[in-house]
Unconditional design. Structure first.
Lengths: 273, 391
């Protein structure tokens, strides 16, 4: 790869924004791969198809400051490394495979689509953009997610999640289409949902037992405006994963439970005298 | 206290944001596989470590001497080796002793001498000791505590631990591990957090044929160590993982508990969850938490424990360290990152993230039990598993 990197930087070729630039990541160190993507993007390339990805980290991170970066599309074939889309500001990453941990860490803007499952701490400290996961997710997904005015990060999960979901969540919305894989139920329920939650909302398709949720979490039905948002993002979910036929089945309002923070400062008085 | 002048940190890393890497693979049919795959896999997670420790455990690597205990011992000095050999000759019949072949390289700095001794305990020297295993463990602790500069890396039959200061792929090259064969392999890339990087402190940690590789931090080390000291286990390696190896030996070998129970002792559910269980299950957990409370492992950890016939991937009950399991044909994999498994086995029948505190146990197929279990029950084919084809 180092040889081809050198070639690319020597040539003055401009790339068209519609051309799919193909990269082979086999054996390429993550820093070299990300540098290559950035250097190609600076030459006008906007569409990337990366094959043989095995654990390269921070994909999509170093595209800050590039003009039209919200038009950048990266297709990843394989298993991308941890912190994919960390601090990402605009591009879209589509993964044909499973993602590892900390996807969308502190992501600001853009979109991540994962056709398989994802690992732990997806959406860690996320402050904008959208993440769609077709399969299941690991522990502590949505931890420390936040929102500000119209910047509301959104995560949609097709399968189910493991424990500490939405831990310390301060904003944003997560939609779980739980039991979407009806023939593939989870081994066990998840617990400690929303522990330490003080903002944002979690919408779960299905019932939630009170012993599954943290002490700071309230349970009610989604409001009309929230339902509109759910409809919009489930519609997007079905579109990106080509599941239009399942949409009606997924969008039954009475099946959704909303989890919210009972207080924006649950422990505000804990150390006050 | 022993002299730890061999401790070195040639990199002088003040702060590196990283974490350990662990990888394990087992052929459940018992067929030997070479070290090539695991070296490829663990070196793909190079960035998780910082070159201050790497190591491998291999099971089934000495089939021609499978009845002898193989003591693999590191020596800081010639004197420590002479002292050790005098001690060994008194208590063991030494059937073969040799220096473990190495391939010196620039990256491996100041390596100690590492030798292996194929031995049988002398019955006439066992006196009140009731089993050969106990005789071996007693001598191992005596060497570790009393002979300056000598540390036993492993002491099981037909298995060996190879470890040192360096990245795991460098340690593999140094010991030429690609040419070894084994049906279980575990590997570790170290990022030391609380203690020095030194040869004895690299993983795997081992006693008899038990080995442990570990990512995380056993916060309960002090409590665990004090409990184990009452059963004659002396911690000498200056790192927390050591207690796991000795605890497994105590619980599984000496107390005869099933490996599932051992893992439940390490990471039982919280009391709040136990209160909601049915009576039978609740009494089980109440009993193990009352009896073996001091062996509860607190803090974040992901471990791969192995001994002949079994490989166990396990995490703490709230899963603060990553673990991915995968199955393809007879092979069972456990890894810190899925990409490392995919690199050596692009196609996987099943790949999943195990629930925290629920061990994934791979067993030899001829053992009359399930070959892979999770959380005490067998996985159905295709259950809870998202498989995505790679291109």
């Amino acid at each position: 790869m180092s040889a081809s990197t050198a070639q690319v930087s020597k040539t003055r070729t401009r790339y068209s924004a519609t051309q799919w630039v193909k990269l082979d990541a086999q054996g390429v160190y993550y820093k070299d791969l990300n540098r290559e993507i950035r250097s190609l993007a600076l030459k006008g390339a906007r569409r990337f198809e990366i094959r043989n990805v095995f654990g390269q980290r921070y994909l999509g991170t170093n595209l800050w400051g590039i003009e039209d970066r919200d038009k950048i599309q990266i297709r990843v074939y394989g298993t991308p490394g941890s912190d994919m889309g960390a601090f990402m500001d605009g591009p879209m990453i589509e993964v044909f495979g499973n993602a590892q941990d900390a996807t969308g860490n502190t992501m600001n803007c853009g979109k991540v689509v994962i056709h398989g499952s994802a690992g732990d701490v997806l959406g860690y400290g996320m402050r904008g953009g959208e993440i769609y996961v077709r399969g299941n997710v690991g522990y502590r997904v949505g931890i420390h997610m936040k929102e500000y005015m119209d910047k509301i990060p959104t995560v949609v999960i097709g399968g189910n999640m493991q424990d500490f979901f939405g831990e310390y969540m301060a904003g944003g919305r997560i939609i779980v289409l739980n039991k979407f894989f009806e023939d593939n139920p989870p081994v066990r329920q998840s617990y400690f949902i929303g522990t330490g939650m003080h903002g944002g909302a979690i919408f779960i398709r299905g019932d939630v037992d009170l012993n599954q949720i943290g002490a700071e979490v309230g349970v009610e039905d989604p409001t009309d405006s929230e339902w509109k948002a759910i409809e919009k993002y489930v519609h997007n979910f079905c579109r990106v994963f080509d599941l239009e036929a399942k949409k009606a089945k997924l969008l039954k309002r009475h099946k959704f439970t909303k989890l919210f923070a009972k207080s924006s400062r649950p422990y505000g008085r804990l150390y006050a005298y | 206290m022993k002299d730890l002048s061999k401790v070195n940190n040639p990199y002088n890393d003040e702060k590196v944001i990283s974490q350990c890497s662990i990888f394990g693979m087992m052929n459940t049919a018992g067929d030997p596989v070479s070290g090539k795959d695991i070296i490829t896999a663990i070196s793909n997670m190079h960035d998780r470590g910082n070159g201050l420790g790497g190591g491998f455990a291999i099971y089934g690597c000495y089939p021609e001497r499978s009845d002898d205990y193989c003591l693999q011992i590191m020596f800081d000095t010639k004197v420590s080796q002479e002292d050790t050999e005098v001690y060994l000759k008194r208590f063991f019949h030494i059937n073969l002793s040799e220096e473990i072949p190495t391939f010196p390289m620039k990256a491996i700095k100041n390596p100690p001498d590492v030798w292996r001794y194929f031995v049988q305990p002398k019955v006439e020297e066992m006196h009140e000791i009731i089993s050969e295993d106990d005789a071996v463990t007693r001598r191992v602790f005596r060497i570790n505590t009393r002979i300056d500069g000598a540390y036993v890396f492993s002491s099981g039959k037909n298995m060996g631990v190879f470890k040192g200061v360096g990245f795991p792929e460098e340690i593999a090259e140094y010991f030429g591990l690609e040419d070894y064969l084994g049906y279980i392999w575990t590997a570790h890339g170290r990022f030391p957090t609380n203690t020095q990087g030194w040869w004895g402190g690299a993983h795997p940690f081992s006693l008899l044929d038990w080995t442990v590789v570990h990512n995380g931090e056993i916060s309960s080390y002090g409590a665990n160590r004090r409990f184990l000291e009452m059963y004659d286990y002396v911690c000498t390696m200056h790192t927390d993982t050591e207690v796991v190896a000795y605890a497994v030996d105590l619980l599984a070998r000496r107390h005869g508990l099933a490996i599932e129970t051992v893992m439940d002792i390490f990471s039982p559910p919280v009391w709040e969850q136990i209160d909601r269980m049915d009576q039978k299950e609740r009494r089980y957990f109440e009993a193990i938490r009352s009896t073996y409370g001091p062996l509860l492992l607190n803090g974040p950890f992901a471990i791969i424990v192995a001994h002949h016939g079994e490989m166990v991937a396990h995490t703490d009950r709230i899963r603060l360290r990553p673990m991915v399991a995968g199955i393809q044909g007879d092979m069972v994999y456990a890894s810190s990152e899925e990409s490392a498994i995919r690199l050596v086995s692009p196609e996987l029948e099943r790949v999943w993230i195990p629930v925290g505190g629920h061990p994934v146990i791979a067993r030899l197929k001829d053992v009359p039990d399930h070959d892979v279990v999770e959380g005490g029950r067998e996985l159905e084919k295709g259950e809870k598993v998202e498989v995505y084809p790679t291109c």
